[in-house]
Design a protein around this ligand. Structure first.
Ligand SMILES: [Zn+2]
Length: 303
């Protein structure tokens, strides 16, 4: 597995499907066929999320490690993602990556590097921003977005979901869709926080200069990722996100198409992912979120 050296645009690496995963999947499919099994087996089971806080090698990352552990960040994510019905356990890890600010999914493991989390903390707004975005949202938004983006890769891989178009864009869409399932006000703050996290990776101004190879990256450019997440959000709820268009964070011309973009995403999510959601557990999503993450936001409010 090669990990590109992490500038902002090489983050969030695509998954590599290894022969072992493939063999295991083929074996599972064969087993299901011979057992005369029905969709129940094919649809996996819920509560399959595991987690591990790997102690950092770099002492500079100890504070992040401690903070995440005390805030039970991975336990909270475990609970939030527990409605996913997966064929195998999926492990969420935070770990040191020898200086590389990256995150990726590979072989049923999501790894988010302390280096990437440190970068997100460094990029966070020093004070609360207009539009009702707090400093905490500029941390929580990008952090939740990266975990959900990697979960998107995991879901596509583990459930063998076909993806048309670029998987990196599809993983961004998965993340945005899940964030939009949160209570309205939180969804708004975190979508705007995630968009902030992308925007801060861009040179500022109406005209910008970038290295030409940035355009060859498997990810869309950070500005495109920001516009895309805002478009999905505006398409989902044009009242909740009306100011995003009024203040021209999302150009009106694009905004007109966003209801259709959101409709396409909803169609795909309903058709391909919803059969793998434990609806009973999913019904508690708001309650789990409120119970687990609100306290964390209060802690992050202090710089
Ligand atoms: Zn990715």
């Amino acid at each position: 597995m090669s990990i590109p050296v992490g500038n902002a645009q090489t983050q969030r690496h695509a998954p590599k499907r290894t022969p072992s995963t493939r063999t295991a999947l083929i074996a599972a499919v064969m087993l299901a066929l011979f057992a005369g099994s029905t969709a129940a087996t094919a649809r996996g089971k819920s509560n399959q999320i595991q987690y591990e806080y790997v102690p950092p090698k770099n002492p500079a990352h100890l504070a992040i490690y401690d903070q995440m552990k005390q805030g039970r960040a991975l336990e909270n994510l475990q609970e939030l993602l527990s409605p996913l019905r997966l064929p195998y356990p999926l492990k969420l890890t935070v770990a040191g990556c020898d200086g590389v600010p990256n995150a990726w999914y590979n072989n049923e493991v999501i790894k988010v590097c302390y280096e990437l989390l440190a970068e997100m903390l460094k990029n966070a707004s020093k004070q609360d921003l207009p539009m009702g975005i707090s400093r905490a949202d500029t941390i929580l938004g990008p952090v939740l977005d990266v975990f959900l983006h990697e979960t998107g890769h995991a879901v596509y891989d583990m459930l063998q979901i076909p993806v048309l178009g670029r998987q990196e864009d599809a993983a961004d869409q998965f993340a945005a869709y899940v964030i939009l399932r949160l209570p309205k006000e939180d969804a708004r703050r975190l979508i705007l926080g995630a968009a902030y996290g992308y925007n801060i990776q861009m040179p500022q101004g109406a005209r910008v200069t970038m290295e030409v190879d940035a355009f060859s990256n498997e990810h869309s450019l950070p500005a495109q990722r920001a516009y895309n997440v805002l478009c999905i959000a505006y398409g989902a709820d044009s009242k909740l996100f009306a100011d995003v268009v009024e203040l021209e964070f999302l150009p009106k011309k694009r905004a007109e198409l966003c209801p259709y973009e959101y409709e396409d995403l909803t169609f795909a999510m309903n058709k391909l992912i919803r059969p793998y959601i434990d609806m009973k557990r999913a019904a508690k999503f708001h309650e789990v979120w409120t119970r687990t993450v609100i306290a964390r936001r209060e802690r992050l409010a202090r710089p």
